[in-house]
Every structure is written in C-alpha cells, then in structure tokens.
Design a protein around this ligand. Structure first.
Ligand code: DX5
Ligand code: ZN
Length: 212
C-alpha cells in the first residue's frame, strides 16, 4: 500500500489550522515541515506552540529542516507527533536523535538532500524506521523535481530491499509512478495538492497513476 502524505509548510498557526482542516477528510496523516532559516533559507512556524492543544484525527509527522536537531527533538517528543524526520547534513549527533526517538517508541526517519550520497547514512540505516529522500532542494513548496534521485533510490532499494522509503518534493501524477517503481512506499506531496483546489481529486490523480 502506497501512502500519499500531504505536506504542510506554513508561517502562521492560522494557516496550519486551515490546512489541517482541508486535508483531514482525505488523509490519515500529514507531514509538517519545520524550517529554521539556518539549515534552509526559509522559515516556517516553529511548530511547538502551534501544535499545543491541537485537536485533529490526522497523524502528524514532523520534518525537521533545522540545524542541530538534537537540541529540538526532546521538545518535539512531547507533542502529538508520532513520526520524526531529521537531516544527516544538519547534525554530527545523529545517534542521539535516533536514540531519543526510539526511547519514546516513535517512528524515526533520516533524510538526505538530493546531492547527499547514501554512504553518509550507512551506519544508521539499520537503526531507523525509514529513509527519507528529498527530491527537491529543501525549504519550499514547488521546488524542481530532481530526476537523479530516482536512480539513487533504485540503488538504495537494491541494497536495502526491506527498508521503507519515503520521498519528499515535486510529487505529481507524473513523478509518483517513477518513484514507486523503484521502491518508494510513502510520497509527500505539497504544491500539487494545494494548488489543485480539489484535494480529494489531486490525491486521487496521483493514486491512479501509481496503480497503472
Ligand atoms: C520541501 C519540503 C516538502 C515540501 C513539498 O522543503 O520538505 O515537504 O512541502 O512540497 P512540493 O510537493 O511542492 O515539492
Ligand atoms: Zn518535507
């Protein structure tokens, strides 16, 4: 079963609530992008305060596009989020982040920017629940899909056939089947869904291409 996961990249709590309400009927989970203006040039809500008291049926995964995630993960583990993604490029203390999340019995994925080779995460692959491949440069909606990532995922899947693969960025009905063909099972989609106005239809359009 392939999961299509809407991404939420926002600057205010109001926008966050709007987007959560919009996708809630059509998805089981959402992907919350957190950008700190340091690891990536953009800034989003910081997320911790904004999630407080949030009432939603959606499961929330958090994509930490932040420098030194080891300084933030403890707070995030106190939120309703059940799934966490951090970047190998953002820390020299990946082990600490992984250990903290596992200790809390939540799901942990390690993210790679488009240009980062899989060799950078080799020692952590056995320990994480999934690997998160960026297929756009991180930080924004609407980035250009980088085709070379398809080959990278294919090679990874050959070497680690049992490790779940999530792909983030530039997901459309065109790119989605190319990714599921090489082993991806979780696809995070932003602008394609938000620009469509009809969220159910957009998710369906992606799903239909995957099933062919
Ligand atoms: C990119 C974010 C993605 C983004 C995807 O920095 O991590 O999750 O929201 O948006 P699209 O689908 O527009 O590339
Ligand atoms: Zn993301």
């Amino acid at each position: 079963m392939i999961e299509i996961i809407p991404s939420i990249l926002v600057k205010t709590r109001e926008e966050l609530l709007e987007k959560i309400t919009a996708v809630e009927p059509y998805a089981e989970r959402a992907h919350l992008d957190i950008a700190d203006g340091i690891f990536v040039p953009s800034m989003t809500i910081l997320g911790l305060e904004e999630l407080e008291g949030l009432d939603t049926n959606l499961k929330i995964g958090v994509h930490l596009m932040v420098s030194k995630p080891e300084n933030h993960i403890g707070h995030w583990l106190e939120t309703l989020s059940d799934k966490f993604i951090f970047h190998i490029e953002a820390t020299s203390r990946a082990q600490e982040v992984i250990d903290a999340v596992k200790e809390a019995d939540k799901s942990i994925g390690i993210a790679l920017n488009p240009q980062t080779p899989v060799s950078k995460i080799e020692q952590f692959i056995d320990q994480v629940d999934f690997v998160h491949f960026m297929s756009v440069e991180p930080g924004f909606y609407g980035g250009k899909f980088i085709d070379a990532v398809i080959e990278k995922i294919k090679d990874f899947h050959f070497l680690y056939p049992d490790k779940p693969i999530e792909v983030d960025g530039g997901i459309t009905p065109e790119t989605a089947p190319k990714l599921t063909e090489v082993g991806a099972t979780m696809l995070v989609a932003g602008s394609y869904i938000w620009e469509s106005k009809d969220i159910a239809k957009a998710i369906n359009n992606i799903r239909q291409q995957i099933n062919i």
